[in-house]
Ligand binder design. Sequence first.
Ligand code: CTP
Length: 208
Amino acid sequence: MSEKICVLGVAGGSASGKTTIINKLQDYFGEDIAVISHDAYYKAHPDMTLEERSHLNYDHPDSFESDRMAEDVRKLIKGYAIDMPVYDYVVHNRSEETVRIEPKTVIVMEGILILENKELRDLMDIKIFVDTDADERLMRRIKRDMIERGRSIESIIDQYSQTVKPMHEEFVEPSKKYADIIIPRGGENAAGLDMLITYMTKKLHAEL
Ligand code: CTP
């Protein structure tokens, strides 16, 4: 049976549970999976101060270098390794480092807005949207941003109401229509995950 490449897109609102699903796919596919995050391609702002960067809109499609991500995914599909940028949420900037990603048979593209962008979307064999209620996503985001991203509760709530929520409604939620599979409640949805893995395995074994 010939092995093909399967490119999966994992979209969904902020803190919807994309990472949990991807961790479970990594448990299943092991060494055969490469994960490319849209967040790694946030535009760098070397001339701005930390204060200025902390007030930017990070939920608008224009805040990413999506063409560079598309180029990197095309290289992986052709069998070449890439040097993926690394993003540091604590200082709101791209770090000096890059991380080498080797080509794999399963390539996962993830991010809140990857289905909104046609160039990215066209690279995917399967598109999923993790659909989690806004109140749950906000609760998770508060915990995560305080613990992992060095934010205060005030800054999280201000950012949520000024950019995260309006951009979600304008760009993220409407992109759900491009998904092949909508997975409610995220990573704890065992049936959704099982169906996804079955479909991906068929794709890899050229049965579809
Ligand atoms: N973001 C931020 N500050 C930055 C850059 C990005 O607060 N300097 C936020 C954006 O507001 C955006 C979010 O990061 O809403 C995107 O990350 P998210 O999708 O929440 O993270 P994941 O861990 O991928 O989500 P999940 O919980 O679904 O795994």
